[in-house]
Every structure is written in C-alpha cells, then in structure tokens.
Design a binder for this molecule. Structure first.
Ligand SMILES: NC(=O)c1ccc[n+]([C@@H]2O[C@H](COP(=O)([O-])OP(=O)(O)OC[C@H]3O[C@@H](n4cnc5c(N)ncnc54)[C@H](OP(=O)(O)O)[C@@H]3O)[C@@H](O)[C@H]2O)c1
Length: 209
C-alpha cells in the first residue's frame, strides 16, 4: 500500500511510520518544516515538507497514494492550536477528491462520546476548544463520502504495550487511556482493511490488572 502519514514527526506518528515500514508499506511522511524531518530513514520512506492544512499541497502529496493516516492534533487546548483538526480535515477532503485518494483514517478525542462519569463531563467543559474542533473535523469527514475511520481515544501514554481494544461507536469499558504504540497499531490494522463508509471507534489499551 502507498500510505501518507500526516503528523509524521509526532509521537503517535513516529510509531505509525515505523509500523508501516516494518509491514512493507511505502510511506510518504508529511512534516511542516525541514527541522521536523523524521530521524528514521528507509528506502520506502519519502518525506515531504509542507502545510497539511493546504489542500493544493496535500493534493500533490496524495497523488498515486492509496490512503492517509492523520495523527495531527494541537499541542495545546487553545482555539488556534486545535484548529488543526478541522483545517486539516477540510484540506484532506478537498485533496482526496482532487487526487483520487479514497481511504482516510484519523485520530480524534473520546470526549465526543457521551460522558460516562462526571470527571469526563468536567474535562470536556475544560477543553471546549478540543471538543468543538474535533466535532468540526468529524462532521467534515462524515459529509465527504470518502471511506473514513475515526479513532477516538482518551489519554495517550508512552507505555510500550501495543495491544489495543477497539469498539465501534463507544469507548471500551475502563478504557480511558491508550498507549501511542497501541493507537498506532490500531491505525495501521485499520488502514490495511479497506473499510467503507464512515466509522467511529473508541480505542483503548488493555485494562490495568
Ligand atoms: N494527548 C492526549 O492525551 C490525546 C488524547 C486524545 C486524542 N489525542 C489525539 O491523538 C493524536 C496523536 O497525539 P500525539 O500526542 O501523538 O501527537 P503529538 O505528538 O502532539 O503530534 C501532533 C502532530 O501534529 C502536528 N501539528 C500540530 N499542529 C499543527 C499545525 N497547525 N499544522 C501542522 N501540523 C501540526 C505536529 O507537528 P509539529 O511537531 O510541527 O508541531 C505533530 O506532528 C492527535 O490527533 C491528538 O489530538 C491526544
């Protein structure tokens, strides 16, 4: 598969790159500056530098590619930082139609599921920009007619365990966190299945014993 990875220098994105290359895929890693080039080098890895919210740039990066995984996300819960969710989604949709790419897998937040505990409702209120931006991202992708899978997750950790649980339209019980390694494994497994329509999964690590 020819796979594009957005947010390729990020923490989850780095796992995605490694896993995709280990599985024999050909990868185009998108980063937004020369300084962010992944350290990883591989004969099946191409790095392109540009703005993942620019549809014309993305359309060029998407030509001849089968699928895109986006692990883009704001590093702060501000309106400006979280705008990367909807801005990149709009660019992905436009670029996908221009280039013929059909398969899209993105990361989002489990705060978009109905809150099970008062703590989740409090957190959603505290990071309202994340919730609003993720909602706009998901609406835009849902309206696109592309084959889209959204991975909604709770707190990300750097635990190295890569086993995940994933359920459609809900977060697994006691699944409020997921390791980036496990999330990346879900993203790769998912993109390799062709998928159809618009699907949302809650993704978690295994519960602590
Ligand atoms: N942290 C959590 O607990 C948590 C919870 C739920 C969901 N998530 C989501 O899970 C995904 C992976 O998270 P992570 O912690 O692995 O990500 P991360 O390490 O913070 O990486 C985020 C990536 O997004 C890029 N990015 C951010 N703003 C950008 C912009 N305006 N333009 C272009 N690129 C931009 C970053 O590029 P630069 O390095 O150039 O900034 C980086 O490649 C994200 O979608 C995140 O929102 C995280």
């Amino acid at each position: 598969m020819n796979l594009v990875v957005l947010g390729a220098n990020g923490r989850t994105g780095t796992h995605v790159l490694r896993l995709a290359l280990e599985r024999g895929e050909t990868v185009t890693a998108v980063v937004r500056s020369e300084a962010k080039r992944p350290k990883l080098q591989h004969k099946r890895l191409r790095v392109v530098v540009g703005d993942p919210c620019d549809p014309a740039f993305l359309a060029d990066a998407f030509r001849g590619q089968d699928a895109v995984i986006s692990t883009l996300g704001g590093r702060m819960p501000t309106k400006r930082a979280t705008s990367v969710y909807p801005d990149s989604a709009d660019a992905i949709v436009q670029a996908a139609w221009e280039s013929g790419l059909k398969r899209v897998v993105v990361t989002s937040t489990a705060l978009l599921f109905p809150a099970r505990r008062w703590r989740d409702a409090m957190l959603a209120a505290l990071v309202g920009n994340v919730v609003k931006s993720a909602t706009r991202m998901e609406r835009s992708l849902a309206a696109s007619n592309l084959n889209v899978t959204v991975a909604r997750c709770g707190f990300l950790t750097d635990d190295e365990h890569a086993t995940y649980r994933a359920l459609e339209d809900t977060l697994p019980v006691n699944g409020s966190s997921v390791s980036r390694a496990a999330l990346a494994t879900f993203l790769i497994h998912t993109v390799l299945r062709q998928g159809s329509g618009y699907r949302v999964y809650g993704v978690s690590s295994l519960p602590k014993e």
